[in-house]
Design a protein around this ligand. Structure first.
Ligand code: ADP
Length: 465
C-alpha cells in the first residue's frame, strides 16, 4: 500500500529547493514541509517577515511564501532534526562543475550530494524515501544508494529521481502548471510504492496524465537531455546570427519564418549574446563527460560544440564593442544594462555579462552596471570568482548604479546584457543626450526598438542584423 506522506524535508534552500518546496507546501496544506540549509544568512532571509526580502527573486514567490510559511512551510538550519522526522527527503543542494582533479571543468562535483547522503544515513532511524531534485549525472542514484544501503542499522531507503524543469523567472507559473512532472524509480515493488507516494504528492494539483514515471536512469538522463536540447537551439540560432550579419539576412525574420513550422515551433529562437544560468553549461559538460567516459567520442564532440558556439558568441560580442569603438575602449565608459543571466531573476550564475565585462576590463574599459535586481557585491563577486586580475583592480574599474540614467551618463557605449522589460520603456532620448558622441548601443538581447534608436541618433548594433 502506498504510504501517505505527512512530513517532507528539503536539503538546500536555493533557486530550486526554495520555490519548489514553497509551492508543494502551498498546494498540500496537510504536509509539513521543512526546507533546511547550512547557510544561516540564507535561512534568515527566507524567514524575513517581509516576504519581498526572500533570497530568490521570482515573480509571485513572495505571495506563495506568505500564504504557506508558518502554516506548513518552515525554513531552518536544523538539518538533522528535519531529516529525522521526515518520511520523504528532497536533495536540492548545488552540484557545480568540478574545479579540481579528474574531470576538472567538466564533471559534476558530487561532494555536496555525498555529504547529504552520509548525513541522512547517520541520523535516520525510520525508513525514508530520498528524492534527487538537483540536476545530477546519470547513475548518481547508484552512489547515493550505496552509501544509504550500507549503514547496517536496518533502515530502508528508496531512491527516486525527480528532476526540476522550472525556468527561472517563471518558476511559480511553471510549478503551478507544469508541462510534466518526471519521476524515476526502481522497478521493484518497494521502488514503485515510493514512486507512487511522490505521485500522490504532486497529484494534489497536477493532473495525473502529466505525471510521467520512468526508471531511475531514464529520469536522470532526461533532465540532461532537455537542457542540452534547449541550449542547442540557442547555439543554433546564434550560429546563424553571425551568418546573418554577413549576408544581409535578419535573424528575427529567419527565426519567425522557421518558428511557424510546427515541427520546429517558435520558442527558444531568440538570438542573443549567449545563454547563461547554472544549468545549461553544467549539464552539457556533464553529458560530454559521461559520453567520453564511455568512449563515445563523436557523441561527446557533438554536444561540446553547443558550448564552444556559446563561448564564441559571448567573445564575439565583446570584440564587436572594442572594434566598433575604434579598436580601443581603454579609459572609456561602457554602460551595462542588465547583469542577471535572464530577466525576472536575480541569479547571475554563468551570466554572459560576466564574461563580456571581463573581456572589456582586459581592454582597460571602465564598466558601469545597472541591473534592477542584482547588488554591487554580487557583480564584484562574479568577477572576482574568475581570478582574471586582482580584486582591487575589479573594484577600481567597475561602478554599480541604482538607476539606468546615471549608469549611462557620459558613456561611450551601452551594452544591453539582459532582456529586462523596463529597458524598453526608458526615455532613450534623455539617455542619448547625456552620452558621449557618437553614442553606441550594443543590444545583446534584441530588446530595444532599433528604428527608434537610430532615429534619435544612436549608432546601433543588434545581434544578427
Ligand atoms: P540550485 O540552483 O540547484 O537550487 P543553489 O546553490 O541555489 O542551487 O542552492 C543550493 C543550496 O544547498 C545552497 O544554499 C547550499 O548552502 C545548500 N547546501 C549545500 N550542501 C548542503 C548540506 N549538506 N546541507 C544543507 N544545505 C546544503
Amino acid at each position: 500500500m502506498t504510504k501517505k506522506i505527512t512530513k517532507i524535508c528539503c536539503i538546500g534552500a536555493g533557486y530550486v529547493g526554495g520555490p519548489t518546496m514553497s509551492v508543494i507546501a502551498q498546494k498540500c496544506p496537510d504536509i509539513k514541509v521543512t526546507v533546511v540549509d547550512l547557510n544561516q544568512a540564507r535561512i534568515n532571509a527566507w524567514n524575513d517577515p517581509d516576504t519581498n526580502n526572500i533570497p530568490v527573486y521570482e515573480p509571485g514567490l513572495p505571495e506563495v511564501v506568505a500564504e504557506a510559511r508558518g502554516r506548513n512551510l518552515f525554513f531552518s538550519t536544523k538539518v538533522d532534526e528535519a531529516i529525522a522526522e521526515a518520511e520523504m527527503i528532497f536533495i536540492s543542494v548545488n552540484t557545480p562543475t568540478k574545479t579540481y582533479g579528474t574531470g576538472k571543468g567538466m564533471a559534476a562535483d558530487l561532494k555536496y550530494i555525498e555529504l547529504c547522503a552520509r548525513q541522512i544515513a547517520r541520523v535516520s532511524t525510520t525508513d525514508k524515501i530520498i528524492v534527487e531534485k538537483s540536476t545530477l549525472p546519470v547513475r548518481t542514484a547508484e552512489a547515493v544508494k550505496s552509501i544509504l544501503q550500507n549503514t547496517g542499522n536496518g533502515v530502508q531507503f528508496q531512491i527516486l529521481s525527480n528532476p526540476e524543469f522550472l525556468a527561472e523567472g517563471t518558476a511559480i507559473e511553471d510549478l503551478h502548471a507544469p508541462d510534466r512532472i518526471l519521476i524515476g524509480g526502481d522497478p521493484t515493488e518497494e521502488g514503485q510504492e515510493a514512486l507512487n507516494a511522490l505521485v500522490d504528492v504532486y497529484a494534489n494539483w497536477v493532473p495525473r496524465e502529466r505525471i510521467l514515471t520512468t526508471n531511475l536512469w531514464s529520469s536522470e538522463l532526461s533532465k540532461l537531455t532537455a537542457n542540452a536540447f534547449l541550449a542547442q537551439r540557442v547555439s543554433s540560432i546564434n550560429a546563424l546570427s553571425e551568418l546573418c550579419e554577413h549576408t544581409g539576412a535578419d535573424i528575427s525574420e529567419v527565426a519567425r519564418s522557421i518558428g511557424t513550422d510546427s515541427r520546429i515551433g517558435p520558442k527558444f529562437l531568440n538570438a542573443s549574446v549567449g545563454f547563461g544560468g547554472s544549468c545549461f553549461q553544467k549539464d552539457i559538460l556533464n553529458l560530454v563527460y559521461i559520453a567520453r567516459s564511455y568512449g563515445l567520442q563523436q557523441v561527446a564532440d557533438y554536444w561540446e560544440q553547443v558550448i564552444i558556439m556559446n563561448d564564441h558568441q559571448k567573445r564575439r560580442f565583446g570584440n564587436k564593442i572594442v572594434k566598433t569603438l575604434y579598436n580601443t575602449v581603454s579609459g572609456k565608459k561602457i554602460a551595462f544594462l542588465g547583469w542577471a543571466f535572464k530577466k525576472d531573476t536575480n541569479d547571475t550564475r554563468e551570466s554572459p555579462a560576466i564574461f563580456v565585462a571581463d573581456d572589456l576590463l582586459n581592454e582597460e574599459a571602465n564598466v558601469s552596471v545597472y541591473d534592477p535586481k542584482v547588488s554591487e557585491s554580487q557583480v564584484l563577486g562574479d568577477l572576482n570568482y574568475l581570478h582574471t586580475r586582482p580584486e582591487s583592480k575589479n573594484s577600481e574599474l567597475i561602478t554599480i548604479f541604482d538607476n539606468a540614467y546615471d549608469c549611462c551618463k557620459g558613456a561611450h557605449a551601452i551594452a544591453i546584457m539582459t532582456e529586462w522589460d523596463e529597458f524598453k520603456t526608458y526615455d532613450w532620448e534623455k539617455i542619448y543626450n547625456n552620452m558621449t558622441k557618437p553614442a553606441f548601443v550594443f543590444d545583446g538581447r534584441n530588446v530595444v526598438d532599433r528604428k527608434k534608436l537610430l532615429q534619435i541618433g544612436f549608432k546601433v548594433y543588434t545581434i544578427g542584423k
